[in-house]
Design a protein around this ligand. Structure first.
Ligand SMILES: NC(=O)c1ccc[n+]([C@@H]2O[C@H](COP(=O)([O-])OP(=O)(O)OC[C@H]3O[C@@H](n4cnc5c(N)ncnc54)[C@H](OP(=O)(O)O)[C@@H]3O)[C@@H](O)[C@H]2O)c1
Length: 137
């Protein structure tokens, strides 16, 4: 079993990835940028809440210190992000990010993330992959 930190775990792909990993028995830090969002997601998921705004160095340092105190991490899913546009070109997972106009569900979109999060330490490195497996860059 792994200990995994997921940024932006309060909704969308991050929440679904956290849901899948906690359901499989892994320990998950559900990180979100406010205590309310992190707490709500953690309660719903059975995860550990963590306040973490990835654009705020003090917030990142505080979150890292807290995780370190509690034994550290095996996996980081650095999922948090914004589009800067309500419907980014090429987006395909329906989420708040694209006004829910993607063609696949968050359950489908999270498949590749969950698979990568569960790779063994001997697993492939330096590759790009999607739901279909390793893809050429
Ligand atoms: N959906 C797609 O088809 C698609 C395509 C390409 C890339 N992606 C990437 O996949 C990731 C997840 O997106 P999604 O589709 O699940 O969208 P989403 O539902 O909008 O989720 C985005 C998550 O990122 C969080 N976030 C944004 N800025 C943050 C910050 N500064 N610090 C911490 N958390 C922050 C959001 O938190 P708040 O609730 O606080 O805003 C939210 O939890 C993003 O990085 C996105 O760019 C998605």
């Amino acid at each position: 079993m792994t200990t995994t930190l997921i940024t932006g775990a309060n909704k969308g792909l991050g929440f679904e990835t956290a849901r899948r990993l906690t359901a499989a028995g892994h320990t998950v830090y559900a990180a979100a940028r406010t205590p309310e969002k992190a707490g709500r997601a953690a309660r719903e998921l059975g995860a550990r809440p963590l306040v973490l705004d990835v654009t705020d160095e003090a917030s990142v340092a505080a979150a890292a210190a807290r995780v370190e105190e509690q034994g550290g991490l095996d996996v980081l899913v650095n999922n948090a992000g914004i589009s800067g546009h309500p419907r980014p070109a090429g987006a395909f997972t329906a989420a708040d990010l694209n006004g829910h106009h993607g063609s696949q569900t968050v359950e489908e979109g999270a498949e590749a993330i969950v698979r990568a999060a569960l790779l063994s330490t001997e697993g492939p490195t330096g590759t790009f992959s999607d739901a279909a497996g390793v893809s050429p860059w």
